[in-house]
Design a binder for this molecule. Sequence first.
Ligand code: GLN
Length: 263
Amino acid sequence: MKVFEAIAASEIDAREARLLLAEVCGFSQAALVASPEQEIPYEVENAFFDFIKRRKKGEPVAYILGRKEFYGLELAVNPSVLIPRPETELLVDLTLESKPASVLDLGTGSGAIGIAVKFTRPETRVVAVDSDLSALMTARRNAAKLNLEIDFRHGRWFEPVAGERFELIVSNPPYVASGDPHLAHLRFEPQAALVAGADGLDCIRDIVKTASAHLLPGGWLLLEHGLGQDGAVRKLLAGAWLESVTTWPDLAGIARVTGGKLK
Ligand code: GLN
């Protein structure tokens, strides 16, 4: 079978098919575009159609490839971690803008936020927490591959940082409402990293309740949230005595991050 035939026979989006074919044959996508008439060895063809079968069942490309690009860095991902989303890069931008000396990344998952911060600004002390040990192992390996010294700790939210304060606390917590039909599309990802009660705000409430006790004076709490949750999150932050409460839109114009600072 030739390259162009395999891509057509896959019956999936041609760009995705080329990405998966490039992975199994070890050539770049550009090389495949340049050589559509190239014959593919049958082992490569078999491996390709194994990938295609998984993709057709709805498995995300990032899990099939075992990696995802985030903030220009390549991170290993697997079903124990949420696949980093491009909109979450906003949390990294906002964190870097405030040039904090210390950052706490709550629910780090693949390690994406903490790793991007530490990579871009190595002088930052980064502590990253996750309640899922498999996720933490993934994050640790991702940081090690980039030679980044991040202090990874196992536990739920602030549990492993008792008595410690930070200049900035950042989190992409679970924020999808339990009845959200969108969850069907997210079924391959860890539900514990996605779902947060009937209104999707359970985890944000938990974090906000205790955040002030872990912020240094003037320190910021930055939280990612979903479409339409910004008003509720602003109210929660204001209710926790945080000031300068602000919401920032992502690149699609959706209110995506809300933050506030301790007096
Ligand atoms: N942005 C994700 C989605 O809805 C949700 C991520 C999260 O809950 N933290 O696809």
